[in-house]
Design a binder for this molecule. Structure first.
Ligand SMILES: NC(=O)C1=CN([C@@H]2O[C@H](COP(=O)(O)OP(=O)(O)OC[C@H]3O[C@@H](n4cnc5c(N)ncnc54)[C@H](O)[C@@H]3O)[C@@H](O)[C@H]2O)C=CC1
Ligand SMILES: O=C(O)C(=O)COP(=O)(O)O
Length: 525
């Protein structure tokens, strides 16, 4: 029975989707050791920001196929470990964009107009209008750090409120910033010019404590900071000090270095507004992310591809659909070439030929690697970890294209160099999508792949095919088809035999003894 563990609160619509294909267990707030104890039973894990999917959780999750993050940030998942183990990680890149942007604006306006403090005072039976004189955001400067999906939506709304917009994002073009009415500037200038500073960046080694004591010292004494992105991008102690010492005017924070926030100086400061990571907490966003991620978990458990995997490079579903037959071709050829080469693999060369040369190569290369490693790693290798597995084994991957090779409209040539020598295979797809192996070690042939195959390199001489046929017959191995390819008459030739039955090792030894046979290989595809 396929089992999914849901370890953070997810909208019921997501649970319904998962229940179509699996038993769904909802266990919220599990301590780490408990999660590690039960995760081996599960094929998928669905989380939000509350669950830390550490290396230990992933190692214990030996059956896990997919981890689904019902939200954007995946910094609570050890992605390299998941990738290494072949686990797809998916998120919902857009499901909560609006919710997070609107929370940011609510925080900015709450800061400006002291709404939480005024609300508190009236509930404490005071009618105090003097203490809560606010500031308008109109004509003020908003500095946006991170002009991605949420930052852009914040920019659009802030613009319509009459704010001047500065932005810092080294990965965004001037044209894009222009469209949003933002001026791209360096951080220093953003710090010194902004009345409000809002952060919309992921937490990475580069962004950790991007707001620190030095940055705070450059800001206006009237500046206010909003962080609805990630904890840890602000040095919380330095921020508290800056507010206490009136270096800046205030802050509104939704996310914290350690969540839940426990003892913190920030809790005692009047001009600080704190919310418990509520950026994505709207009914609409929770439905969006739950559907988005649950559907992907369902699909992956059914053997389909994920729409927004964060750890499968280049394999977006539209592309997968378009090139799926070529992925199968690449896997088959990688597998075949790997078995012909045997021994320790040193180098894989993938050449996209004819019309294939114009296609996106990355998925085809990954499929070739997956095929190459499939004999050694079986189901442990997949599209997620194939490249990493090859790298860790020191296999060099070379990718080339040659549009001028037109024996077939589109073909793929794979060559594998290993400790026992080098072998190459070429293949193509027929108009009905069937695979044909068209070349082995540069000998032209035309055979479909089959589960059990025998390849020989032999001298082109009379009687050899008959001898092989009789030997197979004497071992009760039935031949489905046989093809011989040669470059010159009575030179070397290749024989490709498709078999209905597996070929025993003892038979291979007999075949090797036949006069004229130089090499023989049993292949399982
Ligand atoms: N508080 C909450 O509940 C929520 C928080 N978030 C968080 O908000 C953040 C932004 O999310 P999105 O806009 O969806 O992501 P996004 O990927 O669309 O945008 C992030 C932007 O940050 C930029 N960036 C990356 N490194 C940078 C650096 N070193 N300096 C400056 N810019 C850098 C990128 O170029 C990109 O434009 C994420 O950390 C996400 O986890 C998202 C949703 C809800
Ligand atoms: O999507 C994100 O990055 C968030 O931070 C939202 O977190 P949550 O799903 O509400 O725990």
């Amino acid at each position: 029975m396929t089992k999914v563990l849901v370890s953070d609160p997810i909208d019921p619509i997501g649970i319904d989707i998962l229940s179509q294909v699996a038993q769904v267990d909802i266990k919220i707030g599990l301590p780490l050791d408990e999660l590690i104890k039960i995760i081996p039973e599960y094929n998928a894990l669905m989380i939000r920001s509350g669950t830390y999917v550490t290396k230990e959780v992933i190692t214990a999750g030996s059956q896990l196929k997919i981890i689904g993050r019902a939200g954007v940030g995946v910094d609570n998942i050890d992605i390299p470990s998941a990738t290494r183990q072949g686990i797809v990680v998916v998120n919902s890149p857009e499901g909560n964009t609006i919710a997070a942007a609107e929370h940011t604006l609510a925080m900015m306006l709450s800061l400006s107009r002291h709404i939480p403090q005024a609300n508190q005072s009236i509930k404490e039976h005071r009618w105090d209008r003097k203490s809560f004189i606010g500031a308008e955001v109109y004509k003020k400067t908003l500095g946006i750090i991170g002009l991605g999906k949420i930052g852009s939506h914040v920019a659009n709304i802030a613009k319509s409120m009459g704010m001047k917009l500065l932005a810092y994002d080294p990965f965004i073009s001037n044209e894009r910033a222009d469209q949003l009415g933002c001026v791209l500037v360096e951080l220093e200038l953003l710090f010194s010019e902004s009345d409000y500073i809002t952060l919309h960046i992921p937490k990475t080694p580069e962004t950790a404590h991007i707001i620190n004591k030095k940055a705070l010292s450059k800001m206006k004494s009237t500046a206010r900071i909003i962080n609805c992105a990630r904890g840890g991008i602000i040095d919380e102690d330095a921020l508290a000090e800056a507010i206490i010492n009136k270096k800046i005017a205030g802050a509104a924070l939704d996310v914290f270095e350690k969540e839940p926030l426990s003892n913190s100086k920030l809790k005692n400061l009047d001009n600080v507004i704190l919310t418990p990571h509520l950026g994505a907490s709207t009914t609409e966003a929770q439905i969006n992310v739950a559907v988005d991620v649950a559907e992907q978990i369902r699909d992956v458990l059914l053997g389909l591809s994920a729409r927004t995997a964060v750890n499968i490079p280049g394999l977006v579903p539209d592309l997968v659909e378009k090139i799926r037959p070529y992925l199968e071709l690449a896997e088959t050829l990688g597998n075949l070439a790997g078995q012909l080469a045997g021994g320790r693999i040193e180098k894989l060369t993938v050449r996209l030929q004819g019309e294939l040369a114009a296609m996106q190569s990355q998925p085809i290369v990954i499929a070739s690697i997956k095929g190459l490693l499939s004999q050694a790693l079986r189901e442990r290798v997949n599209y997620v970890n194939a490249a990493i597995e090859a790298k860790e084994r020191g296999i060099r991957i070379i990718e080339t294209r040659d549009a001028s090779i037109c024996d077939y409209a589109a073909s793929l040539h794979i060559s594998v160099q290993g400790s026992l020598g080098e072998h190459s295979v070429t293949g193509t797809l027929l108009s009905d999508g069937e695979i044909r192996i068209t070349n082995v070690d540069l000998f032209p042939i035309n055979v479909p792949p089959s589960n059990h195959m025998l390849f020989t390199i032999h001298r082109d001489m009379p009687g050899i095919i008959g001898k092989i046929g009789s030997l197979l017959g004497s071992f009760n191995v039935n031949i489905a088809s046989m093809q011989v390819g040669r470059k010159i008459v009575r030179g070397d030739a290749v024989m490709a035999v498709s078999l209905d039955d597996p070929l025993p090792d003892s038979l291979l030894l007999e075949i090797m003894k036949v006069t004229g046979i130089r090499d023989a290989y049993t292949i399982k595809l």
